[in-house]
Write a protein that binds this ligand. Structure first.
Ligand SMILES: C[S@@+](CC[C@H](N)C(=O)[O-])C[C@H]1O[C@@H](n2cnc3c(N)ncnc32)[C@H](O)[C@@H]1O
Length: 290
């Protein structure tokens, strides 16, 4: 992230979630009535304009998909896959959800399943300031929402979270959605080290990552230019085996590792074939201590 400025990538992924909440039924993946209210007025107006008529919304879906080489389809799909992992943990009794690099994630405000859960939103302070502004007046559905500021490149999660009231003795569910690709490998490893110390046995982690060598050369170049234009750099790619080894070394067992190609089965066939495999989602469980 650029020093002193908030994340713009969080705006764009929230805008895609808002778009896919407002599109016609056959394209809609989930209702997220909060997403649009978290956007800046300009982006909210754009989403409303693009979804004012079903025909315009269908055209926007195709056009944005084509110009991002299919990248835009992955965002709403990954969010649903992560929601399912969270619901599994909550159903098993987990009462702490940690959103690493929360951005404009609306889960604390839209998921009724979080009624008995404390949600820790961990992010860069400049992104959090904007989120505070946008969520003023919104009533969370989660039991409690706690903000904890971090710069993953400099700060240690193990120091930040316990100070925010996180209880390492109790199981937790962790979401690291659309963040690792913007971090150095050192920051990722340090954060995973903290998770090893903070995640009680049975805790679950849902982490997305950019697949090593994703797309073709042109796609990678487009991704890098696009990220740079909105103030980020694509810094880290990983293979499923590399990430799995990192998780296993910290006593996590990988339950699933899927991409948008797997999640796309939720969409009608003609849209599913436009989806590409760039980002993957690994869901892992912390092993019981020996
Ligand atoms: C693409 S957004 C994803 C936001 C959210 N997880 C979602 O999917 O909507 C990336 C997030 O990572 C955060 N981020 C990037 N670099 C960071 C850093 N060095 N320290 C803390 N947060 C960082 C940004 O502030 C932003 O909220």
């Amino acid at each position: 992230m650029r020093a002193g400025s908030r994340s713009r990538t969080s705006d764009w992924v929230a805008a895609l979630r808002a778009l896919y909440s407002e599109v016609p039924d056959e394209l809609r993946l989930a209702r997220d009535d909060v997403a649009v209210s978290l956007l800046s007025p300009g982006l909210a107006a754009l989403v409303r304009g693009l979804t004012v008529r079903p025909g315009v919304a269908r055209a926007a879906h195709r056009l944005i998909g084509a110009t991002t080489l299919g990248l835009s389809y992955g965002v709403p799909l990954r969010t649903i896959a992560i929601d399912e992992a969270i619901v599994r943990s909550v159903t098993e009794g987990t009462r702490q959800l940690v959103l690493l690099g929360a951005g404009l994630d609306a889960r604390a405000f839209r998921m009724p399943e979080l009624a008995g859960v404390t949600v820790f939103e961990v992010d860069h302070p400049s992104t959090q300031a904007f989120k505070r502004e946008r969520t003023r007046g919104l009533v969370p559905l989660a039991e409690r929402v706690v903000s904890a500021a971090i710069d993953f490149e400099r700060d240690r999660l193990g120091e930040v979270l316990p100070n925010a009231g996180f209880d390492r003795a109790k199981p937790s569910v962790w979401v690291w959605e659309g963040v690792t690709m913007y971090l150095s490998q050192d920051a990722i490893d340090a954060t995973l080290d903290s998770l090893e110390a903070l995640a009680a046995p049975g805790s679950r982690l849902a982490v997305t990552y950019l697949k090593r060598g994703f797309g073709g050369v042109a796609t990678r170049r487009l991704g890098e230019v696009g990220a740079t234009l909105i103030g980020e750099h694509l810094r880290t790619q990983q293979s499923p085996d590399e990430l799995s080894a990192r998780l296993v070394a910290r006593d996590f067992v990988v339950e699933a590792d899927e991409s948008a190609l797997d999640w796309a089965t939720r969409w009608p066939a003609d849209d599913a074939r436009r989806v590409r495999e760039y980002e993957r989602l690994a869901v892992a469980r912390r092993r019981p201590l020996a």
